[in-house]
Write a protein that binds this ligand. Structure first.
Ligand code: 5AD
Ligand code: SF4
Length: 336
């Protein structure tokens, strides 16, 4: 697919859109089958040293009540998650150096003892630290590049560097992580051409996971008055990503579920094969407000949450994966 093909298909509506989603759904089925992987996510700290202009956790948002879960609280949440059947625990936070190498390595080692895969999503960290997390047993790392347009990246990330972001993705790969990257659709100043370029970049980088979110304005950020991103374009981007990366793990993101009550189901029908239910203790979850409405309808009982999601999956004629959901390169049949 050329860039122009991608631009055209990102705008698909009506029959064209149905065709695109059906094609992505068929490729997902042929490559990965009917199993949907569930990853339990623990949002363990909402402190962040960065100031991304779109995000409610940004350092300058003084209205947010900040929290840090202790190592023991994190392990307890992971125990509850594994007991509920999750085969992957995702540890996510703002960029919070309070969690030093020792703390993170302890947490990773302890959770690996529970027999599950561990995904880290801690933002950018020095290579030596990433190497130590990997040695401690971390399997995967999520680091969305957000946008491949360097100027747009610079405008959105006052305390970030485009080059270090992209560099970090290659470092993670080199260290043997299954690497996840991804974008947000609907950022101000982002055209369809940018999204097409993002998809081409991801095709070249060949990540193990791709998260495609949709921009939702947060009132306590500089982008509070900016309109949200388009659900249709986001779902089309999910489908096109499936076409260019047939075997990638592609979550139906929480942002899509937040902006559209049927967002999860629709993404699962447009190429997605992963859901990341939130297993953060409820009193903390409300404070992890990257965008408004994120924890709306949150339930304290993780078993109920999981049951509802499993029912939804079965309702679509799909199954719940029982394995760890590692990424295998289909051509080589090797885990990376
Ligand atoms: N809308 C949607 N997604 C957001 N993120 C941050 N702010 C927003 C927002 N306003 C996403 C980013 C980041 C992750 C932590 O949350 O993609 O990677
Ligand atoms: Fe921090 Fe991530 Fe939010 Fe940026 S997007 S402010 S790095 S939590």
């Amino acid at each position: 697919m050329t860039k122009q093909d991608l631009i055209d298909r990102l705008q698909a509506r009506g029959q064209e859109q149905e065709k695109l989603w059906a094609e992505a759904d068929r490729i997902r089925k042929e490559t990965l089958g009917e199993a949907v992987h569930l990853r339990g996510i623990i949002e363990f700290s909402n402190y962040c040293v960065r100031n991304c202009v779109y995000c409610g956790l940004r350092r300058d948002n003084r209205r947010l009540l900040r929290y840090r879960m202790s190592v023991e609280e994190i392990l307890q949440a992971a125990r509850i998650g594994t007991a509920a059947g999750y085969k992957t625990i995702v540890l996510q936070s703002g960029e919070d150096p309070w969690y030093d190498v020792d703390k993170i390595c302890t947490i990773v080692r302890e959770i690996k003892q529970m027999g599950v895969a561990v995904t880290l999503s801690l933002g950018e960290r020095p290579k030596e630290e990433l190497a130590q997390f990997r040695q401690a047993g971390a399997d995967r790392y999520l680091l969305k590049h957000e946008t491949i347009d360097p100027d747009l990246y610079a405008r959105l990330h006052p305390r970030g560097s485009y080059r270090s972001r992209i560099g970090a993705l290659y470092t993670l790969k080199e260290l043997g992580y299954q690497v996840g990257t991804g974008i947000m659709v609907g950022l101000p100043g982002q055209g369809l051409e940018t999204i097409a370029a993002d998809i081409l970049f991801m095709k070249e980088f060949a990540p193990a996971m791709v998260g495609i979110g949709v921009f939702i304005p947060h009132p306590n950020t500089p982008l509070g008055a900016t309109p949200p991103g388009s659900v249709d374009i986001t779902l089309n981007a999910v489908a096109l990503t499936r076409l260019v990366l047939p075997d990638v793990h592609l979550p139906a993101t929480t942002a899509l579920a937040t902006i559209d009550p049927k967002g999860r189901e629709r993404a699962l029908r447009a190429g997605a094969n992963v859901i990341m239910p939130n297993i953060t203790p409820l009193h903390y979850r409300r404070k992890y407000e990257i965008y408004p409405g994120k924890s709306r309808g949150a339930r304290a009982n993780h078993l109920t949450v999981r049951e509802e999601i499993e029912d939804m999956i079965r309702g679509l004629g799909r199954t719940v994966a029982q394995d760890h959901g590692h990424y295998y390169r289909r051509d080589a049949n090797v885990q990376i």
